[in-house]
Design a protein around this ligand. Structure first.
Ligand code: ZN
Length: 488
């Protein structure tokens, strides 16, 4: 971890655009907190912030555990202490070993891990960039010591990030990083009608399901990437980590080309029509259309009701080039505003079908497809994907606002993923306490890991399988490389 000078230097060089968008609120406080940094930054020789609170050892008799659980609750009720819960989370539940193997791409420590940037957000919005760790033990020790309220992952650099200051500026450069995608619900504000800003509900979460399906299919079928990890951001979005060797080595230009290929929605809020597709689609878009089309009726017309109010239906009508058609439909719906979204959509298709304007008639299929894309196709935050050095919130950290754990989302069950049922700091401790109360002390040789006593279990097991497949592939590639070099 950095010393005081390093912390101040890092804060001076902090680029708030380097973080993912789910963190806007937290980042907006950075500058206001800078003045206090010197007073608040923990030093190496200081005890951790919550050192006066002791967590029970990993195996204690049941009675003691219950007594201590009671003590925890008292502490929590005394100062509403989420720092305490976070400490328990890092001590008991964070999957250090698998996490290390994931970013290391091997069992024994490699540069993939030791040269990787980790950025920590400490209490009171203190940001410390360019942390790096030799191995899992050092990583664990420092996480448990500093209790970051947020961990961001950056690139693998040419030099260990913690030694950044000891080399010439040019010698310190990012060399590898997973290809990442950030999909944030705030980018759907102009089309969703149920919530806005940082809020989400089960209705609008469907947009994330559609986004995962479309982007994941394209990464698989168009680019052939095999190791794609989808993660809930903890609040209002999802991230994708593409971990194939080939993806990690992409330069910024290639990342940009992939994002351009995937992006369909273009233009700012002043532009009504953001998708302009013709009647014949690129095979990749034709496949995307098949994925998104089934959602248009249930999600856009029924659940979001985008044709239910004049304000919303005019957003749709404004994308039709013919003013006569727009006025006719607006009049029709104003006199019968209670007709269903499905019925209004049928009105719209009928009017376009009967249009005497040959151009409209000819273009109507393209307009229909473009509208389905505009309302259903994923909206990407391209900055996050294009810049190799961009930071992205780490899986398995806890969102500072919602207290939800950033858990992986299995692609096969993404349809059923419910962001509101994700484990939180307090639910995990409660589950753990309940397990201990029901099962008594665990003195067995093969002690059950603590995460297995909570609802975090399926998420960590899924992550373990993902990492196993990744390591197997990396080992296979290494063997092939070795046999090729033997032949020469
Ligand atoms: Zn909503």
């Amino acid at each position: 971890m950095a010393d005081q000078d390093q912390v101040n230097d890092d804060l001076e060089g902090l680029d708030v655009n380097m973080f993912d968008t789910d963190s806007d609120e937290e980042i907006s406080n950075v500058h206001s907190q800078m003045a206090n940094v010197q007073l608040q930054t923990p030093q190496r020789d200081q005890k951790p912030i919550s050192s006066n609170i002791t967590y029970p050892p990993r195996s204690t008799p049941l009675q003691d555990q219950q007594k201590q659980s009671e003590a925890f609750r008292q502490i929590m009720s005394q100062d509403g202490n989420s720092a305490f819960l976070l400490r328990a989370f890092y001590n008991r539940f964070f999957p250090y070993k698998t996490y290390f193997q994931w970013l290391n791409y091997d069992i024994a420590p490699t540069k993939n891990f030791s040269h990787r940037e980790f950025s920590f957000t400490l209490k009171s919005d203190i940001y410390v960039r360019y942390n790096s760790f030799m191995d899992v033990e050092e990583f664990r020790k420092e996480i448990e010591r500093f209790q970051p309220v947020k961990i961001d992952i950056g690139a693998v650099y040419s030099v260990m990030p913690k030694n950044k200051k000891s080399v010439a500026e040019k010698a310190f450069r990012p060399v590898e990083k997973e290809l990442v995608f950030d999909i944030d619900m705030t980018d759907y504000d102009e089309i969703r009608t149920c919530c806005s800003g940082g809020d989400i509900c089960k209705k609008c979460w469907q947009f994330m399901t559609v986004a995962i399906k479309v982007i994941d299919t394209s990464l698989d079928e168009d680019f052939g990437f095999k190791h794609r990890l989808w993660v809930y951001s903890g609040r209002r979005g999802v991230h994708c980590w593409v971990c194939d060797d080939r993806a990690r080595k992409l330069d910024n230009e290639s990342r940009k080309a992939i994002v351009n290929f995937l992006e369909v929605i273009k233009g700012g809020s002043e532009q009504s029509r953001k998708v302009n597709l013709g009647n014949s689609l690129h095979p990749s878009l034709a496949r995307s259309l098949e994925i998104i089309k089934p959602y248009f009726g249930p999600l856009i017309l029924n659940s979001q009701g985008v044709l239910d109010t004049p304000e919303n239906w005019n957003k749709v009508l404004n994308t039709i080039p013919d003013a006569g058609v727009r006025e006719r439909l607006n009049e029709m719906w104003s006199t019968d505003s209670l007709s269903s979204g499905q019925a209004k959509w049928q009105d719209l298709i009928n009017v376009l079908d009967k249009s005497s304007d040959k151009q409209i008639f000819y273009k109507k299929e393209g307009w229909k497809i473009s509208t389905i894309f505009q309302y259903c196709y994923p909206r990407l935050d391209d900055k996050v994907s294009i810049n190799i050095g961009h930071l992205l919130k780490s899986p398995f950290c806890v969102h500072p606002k919602t207290q939800r754990v950033c858990v992986p989302i299995p692609i096969t069950t993404c349809e059923n993923f419910d962001p509101f049922s994700v484990p939180t700091l307090s639910s995990l401790i409660n589950e753990f306490d309940a397990f201990s109360a029901n099962n008594g002390p665990d003195d067995s040789e093969r002690k059950l890991p603590d995460y297995k006593k909570t609802s975090l279990r399926p998420y960590i097991e899924f992550f373990e399988k993902f990492v196993q497949r990744l390591l197997l592939d990396a080992q296979r590639a290494k063997r092939e490389e070795a046999s090729v070099s033997m032949e020469f």
